[in-house]
Design a protein around this ligand. Structure first.
Ligand SMILES: Nc1nc2c(c(=O)[nH]1)N[C@H]1C(S)=C(S)[C@@H](COP(=O)(O)O)O[C@H]1N2
Ligand SMILES: [Mo]
Length: 533
């Protein structure tokens, strides 16, 4: 041991400082998390962090969730999970500091944390009591790491060399034989615990992706019985910076309450259609794929989309018509709600009359020429043109029950969101990008507009609050997709504002009044500013 090290570690009473306590605690938390993750991976059950996150999502006020989605969009999940890990880390640091002085209190704190975690898991996963095992494994690993680290810290920081054997650690509780391995020994133990925790966590994370547990691309989709013609030339204006007409699957926005992506096995997947029907039935993937598949171009939109937001995507879907499945079941009159449930228990209420009115409402199995990606509902999801996703687009769907709005309410309806939610007419400026700089003189203005299942008749633009003029519209394959728009104007150097508004095919122009997304979709004109120089 060098003199320097000795000086640093010789504190009054030879008591390890806060930094050591915090390190012990953080590593205890890391060990617990790593072991839990490993157990969850090995048992193919949910990670406790995810389950606690699910419980938080389910029980958080709808206003908070709306705020999180609109502020963070797709990043809401990683932020929530990072928050949980952070809370655990801070608790660990506090616990470690306490433990160095009062070891029993430290272990008791660990028991309390584990009990809280176990309770959350048992409440949220009542259907799967095995999900509590990773919490217990994590608690045991945490306790072991805590004991190990405390012994090592006690040894390392009681500077018992050359006859100083009589100096006890604080209050004698962390008292250990002073011929310990010293500070370097503590660092070694700490590094070992950290390495083992990280390795366990990484392996646990990687385990569920073993071949056989993940089922992506296992599905071979037959060709559509009624293929659509290729998209008409001219759907894409090709303006740089303008949202492409077709959204690649990898860029498609993702919104859902699932903190870990459900991965139902298509060979075991079934859809049950029941409730207020004459002939309830259950259908598996083979039978579903033996039915005629159709294609439809549909722009999906999230109700949480703010004016100017990007929670919308367009693609060519492939699936079985929902009205065909419902006719097979024979829907009772009065069953005004299609209550669909996903593999992970999320529910969605869709007006029956909308699905049955002849539009291309699909039980989709493919998008963008591929099976649905896991994040977008593999192996099957609903898509209904004209309705926001939260009332129509159930991913990982396994159950469809015909019922009445008066009798049952779906996930978001119970949380204060709308029950019938047709997509509101919306338009957005993509070019110039908000707050960008462009050369003065002629500038191109471009964007997208949508009014699904009504169609967009006109898009108007104005500069700096002046007169509205009509933009040029690109072609569209039908009334269920967005449309690109483009126009040109001439601007002097300086700061400028562009506003846009769309009129649907019924003749209704987007209102200027701003409304928040909750309960049934935002309104208002999108306005961007740019500088010409
Ligand atoms: N199972 C499940 N399906 C769901 C949701 C969900 O939370 N869980 N969210 C819905 C919402 S709010 C929207 S906007 C769309 C988004 O679909 P996407 O993620 O494929 O873009 O999925 C819908 N389907
Ligand atoms: Mo949504």
């Amino acid at each position: 041991m060098t003199t320097k090290t000795r000086d640093d570690s010789t504190r009054p009473g030879n008591q390890p400082g806060f930094a050591v306590g915090a390190t012990v605690g953080l590593l205890t938390a890391a060990a617990g998390l790593g072991a839990a993750e490993l157990a969850a991976g090995a048992l193919r059950t949910a990670s406790p962090v995810i389950v606690v996150g699910d419980a938080l999502v389910d029980n958080s006020p709808p206003e908070l969730m709306a705020l999180a989605i609109s502020l963070l969009g797709t990043a809401d999940k990683p932020v929530l999970l990072a928050g949980i890990v952070l809370v655990l880390a801070v608790s660990g640091a506090v616990l470690g500091t306490v433990a160095l002085r009062r070891p029993l209190l430290g272990q008791a704190g660990l028991v309390v944390l584990a009990a809280a975690g176990a309770t959350a898991v048992l409440l949220r996963r009542a259907d799967d009591p095995g999900a509590v095992v990773p919490v217990l494994v994590g608690a045991v690993a945490g306790a072991a790491a805590l004991a190990l680290l405390m012994r090592s810290a006690g040894n390392g920081f009681s500077t018992g060399e050359e006859g100083e054997t009589t100096v006890p650690a604080a209050r004698g509780e962390a008292d250990h034989p002073p011929r310990g391995p010293g500070r370097r020994g503590f660092v070694r133990t700490a590094t070992g615990v950290l390495g083992a925790s990280a390795a366990a966590g990484a392996v646990g994370h990687w385990l569920p992706r073993f071949p056989g547990s993940s089922t992506d691309a296992a599905l071979k989709l037959p060709a559509p019985a009624r293929p659509l013609p290729p998209l008409p030339a001219g759907v894409d204006l090709g303006v740089p910076g303008l949202t492409p007409f077709t959204t690649p699957n990898t860029d498609f926005y993702r919104i859902d309450t699932a903190l870990s992506v459900p991965r139902p096995d298509p060979s075991r997947w079934t859809l049950r259609v029941h409730g207020m029907v004459d002939r309830p039935f259950e259908i598996d993937m083979d039978e579903l794929l033996s039915m005629p598949l159709e294609e439809a171009d549909i722009t999906l939109t999230c109700v949480s989309n703010q004016v100017g937001g990007d929670l919308a995507g367009n693609t060519r879907w492939l699936g079985v018509r929902l009205d065909r499945l419902l006719r097979r079941a024979g829907v009772h009159p009065g069953a005004d709600q299609i209550l669909s449930t996903s593999d992970d228990g999320w529910t969605c209420g869709t007006p029956t009359e909308v699905v049955m009115d002849g539009r291309d409402a699909l039980l989709a199995v493919g998008m963008g020429g591929e099976p649905l990606p896991a994040e977008h509902g593999y192996p099957a999801r609903m898509v209904v043109p004209g309705l926001y996703g939260f009332v129509s687009a159930t991913k990982w769907v396994t159950d469809i029950k015909l019922t009445r709005f008066a009798d049952e309410r779906a996930y978001w309806a119970r949380r204060g969101w709308g029950v019938r939610a047709p997509i509101k007419t919306m338009s957005r400026v993509d070019v110039p990008a908000p707050l960008s700089r462009v050369a003065s003189g002629d500038v191109v203005l471009a964007g997208v507009a949508w009014a699904q299942h009504r169609g967009v008749d006109a898009v108007e633009v104005r500069l700096d609050g002046g007169d509205w003029w009509e933009a040029e519209l690109a072609r569209v394959p039908g009334i269920d997709t967005w449309v690109q728009w483009v126009t040109e104007t001439s601007v002097a150097p300086g700061l400028h504002a562009v506003e846009v508004r769309a009129t649907d095919a019924i003749g209704a122009t987007q209102p200027s009044a701003r409304a928040e997304p909750i309960p049934d979709g935002a309104t208002g004109w999108h306005r961007i500013r740019f500088t010409a120089e």
